[in-house]
Write a protein that binds this ligand. Structure first.
Ligand SMILES: [Zn+2]
Ligand SMILES: [Zn+2]
Length: 565
């Protein structure tokens, strides 16, 4: 590797991933010395089937909470939600300025505004300039343009007391990007020449050989599918896939079609991208849904969201037949222009099955290259190693299998095996004069969000939801007066047993319950004790009879005096 005559300073530098190392999504990383703490990205993840009701998942930010006074800045690589979606939560914990590339900065301002609250009105969001060097405490910082599936994506280079650290962010090498700048090879090779002590590189596609195809390939494929279509063309993609919108708009212009965009998030990011000059829509191309519905079908393209099977998104509703404005007909061509994020396969399959039932033509990336990945594959990952020649390497962004595949690539590319550290969320990787090693762990994991509620993954709320979802609920109501039980307990169930079996089971359960509580009724009842007793008795009874464990809820109702006469 590179001969490094760099003199390391006194301060050790610690790299602490809080999200994105062990899963795809919710990327967040801390890079700190004893005095100064920087945060790189703060994303969300979308929930899985195992977490009913949950809207979003963010990283556990306990470590940030404990060290909030040292946070100097929040540095952002690009505007995808798995890198910025957690920022409103973060900014309720820390008061630090945010630095982001232009499009990301606009997206962040929008996220902050959307989540509302006066406490977020004063958050400082700075748009970074690529040619500038920034300084935050002991760190020098530089943003470097890289190619990805959203405009203004960057790697972040940190000049630290322990040498240079390069965090690639999400990247690929595409010499013909649809919009935005190509990857800045020159800036990267200059950094390589200065010497990179530690490389943190995107592992999303580390298991895929070859190189990610250029945006041009997707543009051509989309053009052809649209040209072949006899009726309407409906395209589902990510709301932030601005390049995809540009490809569709260009094709529409040439083929004499109009484009209607459906869905608030997609309309908003399209507007943003136009404002910052990334998206160019010729006059007259963009029409409302109502206008689109009044045009002949072969002059219409509709762009919408739902490429991950999100239940409420445009394409899912059209597929189910309950979209207010768009009713699918057999001449329609549906294009899913996105990859399925791991964990969303079941939801996406459901949408595909629903579409198949409607006899529309469906085109996915499996049959035509209507989607190209925004993440480097093996050949490009190798190129990154050749340019930077890092001394140490830690794979980031990906599930364990992806991180591990990237580890092999690093060793292939000449990084010494003992210099590759495979770490996960919460691990503390320390760089000092001696070397680089894992020294500690901090709290990390998933925080589940629904409305104003926040829970960790093994909270009682989630336990109870799982039990509700799998075994249903049994409710027990008891009336009491002056501390004494009045009448006999009433039992009702929901989602637990067929109505035909219910009456008999409840009768038997009531009998078992009466026998169990009989001995404690003569005295004044201790109602905490009663609650425990009822749940234990019924839990045993129902398990014996059904081999299931429903959630048992006990309610006591205090009667007003005189009611029982
Ligand atoms: Zn991204
Ligand atoms: Zn990402």
């Amino acid at each position: 590797m590179v001969d490094n005559d760099f003199e390391y300073g006194d301060s050790a530098v610690r790299v602490i991933p809080l999200g994105g190392l062990g899963e795809v999504g919710m990327n967040m990383m801390v890079i700190e010395t004893d005095d100064d703490l920087l945060i790189i990205d703060c994303g969300v993840q979308f929930p899985e089937y195992s977490t009913p009701g949950i809207e979003r998942v963010i990283p556990n930010m306990e470590y940030i909470r404990q060290n909030r006074d040292r946070v100097k800045a929040v540095l952002i690589t690009h505007g995808h939600l798995d890198h910025i979606g957690g920022i409103p939560h973060l900014m309720r914990i820390v008061k630090a300025p945010i630095y982001a590339p232009r499009f990301a900065a606009e997206m962040i301002r929008r996220e902050l505004k959307k989540s509302g609250g006066r406490d977020l009105a004063n958050v400082q969001v700075n748009t970074v300039r690529l040619e500038r060097d920034y300084r935050f405490g002991e760190f020098g910082v530089q943003w470097i343009s890289v190619c990805h599936s959203i405009p203004d994506s960057c790697s972040i280079y940190l000049d630290t007391p322990q040498g240079g650290i390069l965090h690639t962010g999400d990247f690929k090498f595409d010499n013909e990007p649809m919009l935005g700048l190509p990857t800045d090879y020159q800036a990267l090779s200059e950094i390589g020449q200065r010497g990179v002590r530690l490389l943190l590189s995107d592992s999303t596609n580390a298991q895929d050989d070859g190189a990610a195809a250029s945006d041009r390939i997707a543009a051509e494929a989309l053009y052809r599918v649209i040209a072949e279509a006899r009726g309407r063309v409906i395209i589902a993609s990510f709301s932030t896939q601005v390049a995809r919108v540009q490809m569709v708009v260009d094709a529409a212009y040439e083929l004499g079609r109009r484009v209607a965009i459906i869905g608030r998030s997609m309309i908003e990011s399209t507007k943003l991208a136009q404002e910052v000059g990334h998206l160019h829509i010729p006059d007259g191309i963009n029409v409302s849904v109502a206008e689109a519905n009044s045009l002949p079908d072969d002059e219409v393209i509709i762009m919408t969201t739902g490429s991950q099977g999100e239940f409420e998104a445009g394409i899912s509703r059209m597929a189910r037949g309950d979209h207010r404005d768009i009713k699918l007909v057999e001449e329609d061509t549906l294009i899913l222009s996105a990859r399925t994020i791991p964990g969303n396969e079941i939801a996406v399959n459901e949408v595909l099955n629903n579409l198949a039932r409607r006899n529309v033509r469906v085109v996915t990336a499996r049959s035509r290259p209507v989607h190209v990945s925004g993440h480097a594959k093996q050949d490009e990952l190798k190129t990154m190693f050749s340019i930077l020649r890092p001394e140490h390497f830690t794979p980031v962004h990906g599930e364990y299998r992806m991180l591990k595949a990237h580890r092999e690539i690093a060793i292939d590319m000449g990084v010494a095996e003992e210099n590759v550290n495979l770490i996960l969320d919460g691990d503390v990787l320390e760089l000092d004069v001696e070397g680089v090693s894992v020294i500690d762990r901090v709290p990390a994991g998933y925080i589940l969000i629904q409305g104003q509620g926040e829970w960790d993954i093994d909270s009682s709320v989630m336990e109870e939801r799982k039990s509700l979802a799998s075994d249903g609920v049994v409710m027990v109501a008891m009336a009491r007066e002056d501390g004494f039980l009045v009448g006999s307990p009433r039992i009702a169930t929901s989602g637990f047993i067929d109505t035909s079996d219910e009456a008999r089971l409840i009768r038997d359960a009531s009998q078992a319950l009466s026998q169990a509580i009989e001995p404690v009724l003569s005295d004044l009842v201790d109602w905490n004790e009663m609650d425990r007793l009822v749940r234990a008795c019924l839990g045993r009874f129902f398990y014996r009879r059904t081999k299931r464990r429903p959630l048992i809820l006990v309610t006591e109702i205090e009667l007003e005096p005189g009611r029982t006469d």
